[in-house]
Design a protein around this ligand. Sequence first.
Ligand SMILES: N[C@@H](CCC(=O)N[C@@H](CS)C(=O)NCC(=O)O)C(=O)O
Length: 357
Amino acid sequence: MNKTATFELTLERTIRAPRDRVFEAFVTPELMKTWMCPRGMAIPEVRADPHPGGRYRVTMQARDGDRFTAGGIYQEVEPPELLVYTWQWQGEGMPNVETLITVRFTERDGTTHVRMTHSGFPDAGLRDSHNQGWNSSLNNLVEQFDARGTAANLALLGDPRSTYVRTARMGLAEKGIQYTLQPAMPQTPEILAIHPWGKMPAFRDGDLQLFETSAILRYVDEAFPGPSLVPGNIRDRARCEQWVSAINAYCYDAMVRRYLLQYVFPRGADGKPDRAVIDAALKDVAAQLAIFDAAYGDKNLLAGANVSLADLFLAPILAYVPTMPEGKDLMKAAPNVARAQAAMRERASFEASDPAR
Ligand SMILES: N[C@@H](CCC(=O)N[C@@H](CS)C(=O)NCC(=O)O)C(=O)O
């Protein structure tokens, strides 16, 4: 061990599973593969010989194909209570320091409490980067045993009536991810603690905080398994991005801010909707629906062969249009949009994110 090393980190988790099964997940290669890397990475190779003096090796792979390998020697293996092993990164450019991991497994009312100490870091920076990596990995571990574990880590803050909140909820549902919806209104301290502009949604995954729906769903998409929310093909991916950007820049303004919200929160004289604002918005809404009508043609999706962020951004906005006085006529004039929206309404993610539920 490096004698000058003094930094260490400790992480704890309570897992709803028997202690021997949690212990196994730390030392059995097929199980280690399912969680022992930060979110968004995969483990293509793992070897383990869990007895004192035995070696292990874990290779992690990032989405861009870059591989990182760590390995070490088991010092103490006492199933299902204690595991002590050295940890050292391999390969050029990796920190050349041998550190030590101690994991204690304690039974608590039918759950297992895991306490992991990783010691021997020569500086706080290296300790902190490992802290992030292990936090993410241990979250994976918790979810391997109990999908409800995700809901304890993931929180989406906002009002379910917001189209952006619904977009985020649809994305999470499409991925099959459990999360907690924390009701919160814009500009409140809960939202402002994450979103400097005070808008919703805001998002938390453990210690990670994010704002902006697109960023939230990009993270969720890369960090979790499940169907991809962006097309695999580069042209379709660019088209997806094009529609997300246009919906954010033009459609939300016309369809929601200047049209829907004008009826819901009237700002005209006598507290009535401002007709001039609505009429101007209506022209833009009709023009935008015609653009989408042409874009859909005989298809029901905006980009690629599967539902993508583009569809998830548009569907919650379109869901409000027919509820407006002129909405049904607007939709009648755009039959491809009406058909594509009907297909989106059939999706479980649409139902699961229904603000009325
Ligand atoms: N660009 C943001 C837009 C979020 C947004 O405008 N949210 C609306 C609700 S749909 C909001 O918070 N409005 C309240 C406000 O502007 O204060 C995103 O993509 O998340």
